[in-house]
Design a protein around this ligand. Structure first.
Ligand SMILES: [Fe+2]
Ligand SMILES: [Fe+2]
Length: 198
């Protein structure tokens, strides 16, 4: 069996699953995907990295569309907390952008990838500690459950790379320049999130 290049941690299903459950699962999946990139080489590493780029684009766009705006409404000092998270997201995106054209087997790639991993995982821990706990404490649970549909819609709008032989519009758009592909994913996710939230 060849090593998979995509973390396949399934999103939890069921009517009692809320948006925080899904975002926590995505955090775990992103963490796993970094390991898959580091553990691979050549074309496999490129595939795993492309999947990581897509996962991060979907996840951060869904948070920026739904979670951070909601967080701003629930606590004193929340604006500062959210501004700090957005700054972390911007910084991670810059680090990621710098990696897009790199040779995935170069020494520089691995060093930069590990720095990105630290930034992304630290950012995720901050969200879990400062935002997710507040959301669970202060937002009615039925609202949090309803918002799960936004994350599901975001995933559906930009699915991970299809298995060989499966063609899709998304697969086609991902063959373009990587940065344009990220921006396109974010647009798709925003659109899907808005529809699901309205
Ligand atoms: Fe985030
Ligand atoms: Fe996150």
């Amino acid at each position: 069996m060849p090593e998979p290049s995509t973390a396949d941690t399934a999103l939890p299903q069921g009517s009692d699953v809320d948006v925080v459950d899904l975002l926590l699962t995505q955090h775990a999946r992103i963490e796993e995907q970094f390991l898959l990139v580091v553990g691979a080489s050549g074309a496999k590493r490129q595939e795993a990295f492309d999947d990581l780029v897509r996962m991060l684009a979907v996840h951060e766009a869904a948070e920026e569309e739904v979670i951070h705006p909601l967080s701003r409404t629930i606590a004193d000092g929340a604006d500062g907390i959210v501004d700090d998270r957005l700054a972390e997201e911007r910084q991670a995106k810059e680090m990621l952008t710098a990696l897009l054209d790199a040779d995935v087997d170069s020494k520089g790639f691995e060093a930069s990838l590990l720095m990105l991993r630290t930034a992304v995982l630290t950012h995720a821990r901050h969200e879990e500690r400062y935002e997710f706990t507040q959301l669970r404490a202060k937002v009615p649970s039925e609202r949090l459950r309803a918002l799960a549909s936004v994350v599901r819609a975001a995933e559906a709008a930009a699915p991970t790379r299809p298995h060989p032989g499966v063609e899709s519009a998304t697969a086609n758009l991902l063959t373009g320049p990587a940065l344009a592909a990220i921006d396109r994913i974010r647009d798709l996710v925003r659109e899907a999130a808005r529809k699901a939230a309205s």
